[in-house]
Structure formats: C-alpha cells, structure tokens
Ligand binder design. Structure first.
Ligand code: SAH
Ligand code: SF4
Length: 407
C-alpha cells in the first residue's frame, strides 16, 4: 500500500492579507523591514541590534515589550509586522521525553493552507538535541526513509528553519526566566535546554544550501540564539559538490548517511549514489574543511536486516574510512507503515558495532527515541498530504502490525 497516493482535495483557502512576521529573519532581512517603514538608513544598524536582542535573546512575541525602542516606532512596527511563529498544530510527548511538534508554516499564496513540517526534541543525559527540517518532504527517494515517500516538496525558507528552534525554545520554556518542563534535559552548567541542533529531520539540507546557510548564521549568532557552530550538525545523503562549501561557509559538523559499503547496494538504498558514488563521497570527506580529530565526521549507517549488516560489511566499512577522523553511528532501522525493510537483530547490531569499535572507531548505537510517536529518524512525514479516512484506517492497522520491536 502506498499511502502517499491518498489525499483529499483541498478547498481553495480564502486569500488572507497577513502582516509578515519578523521572526527568523537575518540582520539584512530586519534592515529591509525597517527600510520599508521609513526608518532612516543611519539609524537602521542600531535598530536592527535592538530588534535582534529582543527577538532572539529574549524571545519576545509582542513589539510592546521592546522597551528600549521608542513607543512611536514600536507602534509602527506592530502596524506592519508581527512576531508570529509557525502554528503548532500538534504536540506529542513520548514516554521517553522526546517531543514532536507538527508545525504549520504561513501560507505562501492564496490557495496554500500552509505546509506542515515536523521538528523533534530529544533530551539525553548530557545534552538536549533539536532535530530540524530543511525541506517539506524530500526529492530524494532513499528506499528505507519515510520522508522520501512524501510527494509535496519545497525548500523551507531561512525564517522557517530558524523559527523551528524558536518554537521549541518557547515550548520548553528555554528563553530567559524559564522553568523546566517535565522530561527536559536540564544542563548543570547554566546552559540551555537545547544544546545541540541536527539537520536530520525532513529534507536534504544541501539541496537548500542558501536557506540552511543563512539560518545557521542566525542560529549561531552569539548576540541572539547563540548556538555554536560546533554544536550544529548537518547530515547529508551525499551531495558531493556542496560538502566543501558546507565546511567553508557554515563551519558546522558534518554527518554522512553512508548506509552501504558497495556502490551496487548504495545505489539501491540511496539512489543519489548513482550520481555521486562512494569513492567521490569519501574523497569530499577527506577534504572537508577543518577536519581533525577534534572535528570528526559522523558516518550514519542504518541497520537493515540481511541487507547491509554482515561482518564482512563491517570490516569493509572500517577499511573504507581509513585515514578519515570519524565516528560511526549505527542507527537501528525505524520501521514505518508499508516499508519493505526490517531492523537487524540486536545481537547482529552488537557484533557489527564490536568490529567497528575494535578497529578504533567510536561506534555508538543510536537508541531509537520517540518511536511511539513516529518521531524517530526517517519516520517523519507530515500530514500535508491529508489522508482520506479510509487510508488513515489502513495506516492504523498497518501500524498495529508493524509495532516496533523494542531493543
Ligand atoms: N536527508 C539527510 C538528513 C535527513 S535524514 C540525510 O539523508 O542525511 C536523517 C538520518 O536518518 C539519515 O542518516 C537517514 O539516512 C536516516 N534515516 C532515514 N530513514 C530512516 C529509518 N527509517 N530508520 C533509521 N534511520 C533512518
Ligand atoms: Fe531524503 Fe535523507 Fe530521507 Fe534520503 S534519508 S529520502 S535524503 S530525508
């Protein structure tokens, strides 16, 4: 059953004249807004600094609270703009503290109801990680990934990426004067609940290079959201020509979705491999700007039963990565309704991990998080394509059958 074909016709939405939101904008974007309402050029830099501090450091949602800005300008701002964040259409909290938010983006046109994307917060002992999306859906069609089956695809704007972090901080009470919600990671050094960001939600971040680069600029700015680039990881399925520029222009950590050690199999699992084969991909990794033992590349390897999980493949993996400062992240496959794959047995994953570990690589097995709310890796798929009642029923039945094995 292919659920992505099920959809309901959307009634034409009424055209609504909305005031644009300033949330998520770059400094240049804020300067443009000020220019639009006639703020003189010589004043703009200072005003941008004030707005920046209120929006990103304090997380205020009302211009009236911006007390360092004169009343007149505050009123003018409120007349033309908002500080709206994407609407949270659903919030789910997993039994393990993982939280998933379904966010509806502002409509891009009169017939658009606003695309939905998902964003996941994962508290761990030593960190709180936010998994963000870079696209609605994904144009790539990795055969083990749920997101790849979604038909509607577009790049998220810089604002839409940045506001995922803002929504999460707001929902977690992670702006100043906060109080910790149940299940949140509480740092003992006075840091923030969200200490790390991974671009491992929906989409291929390197197919949205400019949007992701500018969003990272806003997120890592130390006057505002202040999340260091070393705490941001961009995961790619292997868009080789953009890997060097990622290191040069964004300076973030890099994760590569490798998943196979032979081109024949990787062509099947990650079809982008036909364009950029393993050899070229690893060459780009060896040349990644800033690569060192302190800045290793993470190689992600999804464990698929009987497909890519043999001892020989573990040994080949080690051989391939020789000379690259690397961590290998083994991801137990997260099943989704309709998938043809199964997760490797736990003993197999341990054996595979042991071979990699003995060869000198850290090889943590990523504990599946939030499986009960379909928030785990590769399970994200928004409801943008609304399911018909019949399809939803089939999905529920399917889910009951593919209830995830707990490791
Ligand atoms: N498009 C990017 C980032 C998003 S996917 C990429 O492919 O790297 C984030 C990670 O989840 C990738 O390593 C991806 O291969 C993995 N993934 C996708 N589907 C999965 C599934 N069903 N189970 C486990 N991991 C999965
Ligand atoms: Fe896209 Fe990544 Fe899923 Fe592949 S694994 S379909 S690149 S989101």
């Amino acid at each position: 059953m292919n659920l992505s074909v099920a959809e309901a016709a959307l009634p034409a939405a009424e055209p609504v004249m909305r005031r644009p939101s300033l949330a998520g904008r770059t400094r240049a974007g804020l300067a443009e807004a000020l220019a639009e309402i006639g703020v003189p050029e010589k004043e703009r830099r200072m005003r941008v600094g004030q707005l920046w501090n209120w929006i990103y450091h304090y997380g205020v949602r009302d211009f009236a609270e911006m007390t360092t800005i004169g009343k007149g300008l505050r009123a003018q701002l409120a007349e033309h703009f908002t500080l709206d964040l994407p609407e949270v259409t659903a919030e789910q909290v997993s039994t393990d503290g993982t939280r998933k938010w379904l966010l509806r983006m502002a409509p891009t046109g009169p017939r658009d109801r606003g695309a939905e994307i998902e964003c996941v917060y994962i508290p761990e002992v030593d960190r709180g990680t936010l998994c963000v999306s870079s696209q609605v859906g994904c144009t790539l069609t990795c055969t083990f990934c749920h997101t790849g089956t979604q038909r509607l695809v577009r790049n998220l704007t810089t604002e839409e990426i940045v506001t995922q972090l803002m929504v999460a901080r707001e929902r977690l009470g992670d702006f100043p004067n906060r109080s910790a919600p149940e299940g949140a990671f509480v740092p003992n050094d006075g840091g923030r609940f969200i200490s790390n960001i991974v671009f491992m939600g929906m989409g291929e971040p390197l197919y949205n290079f400019d949007g992701v680069r500018d969003a990272i600029g806003v997120i890592s700015d130390d006057q505002g959201l202040s999340l260091g680039r070393r705490r941001i990881t961009v995961s790619t399925s292997g868009v080789v020509p953009q890997i060097g520029p990622l290191g040069g222009e964004m300076g973030t950590m890099l994760a590569i979705s490798l998943h196979a050690v032979r081109d024949e199999l990787r062509n099947e699992l990650v079809p982008l491999n036909k364009k950029y084969p393993i050899k070229d991909l690893l060459e780009a990794c060896r040349n990644y700007p800033g690569l060192s033992n302190a800045k290793r590349i993470t190689f992600e390897y999804v464990m698929l039963k009987g497909v890519n999980d043999s001892d020989a493949e573990a040994r080949e993996l080690v051989r391939l990565l020789k000379g690259i400062p690397a961590k290998i992240n083994l991801i137990p496959f997260n099943p989704w309704p309709g998938t043809r794959y199964e997760c490797s047995d736990w003993e197999r994953i341990e054996r595979f991990s042991e071979i990699v570990f003995k060869a000198g690589y850290a090889s943590p097995v990523r504990t599946p998080r939030g499986r009960d709310i379909l928030a785990a890796c590769g399970q994200l798929k928004s409801e943008t394509e609304k399911l018909s009642a019949r399809a939803r029923l089939m999905l529920e039945q399917d889910e009951a059958e593919t209830a995830p094995a707990q490791h």
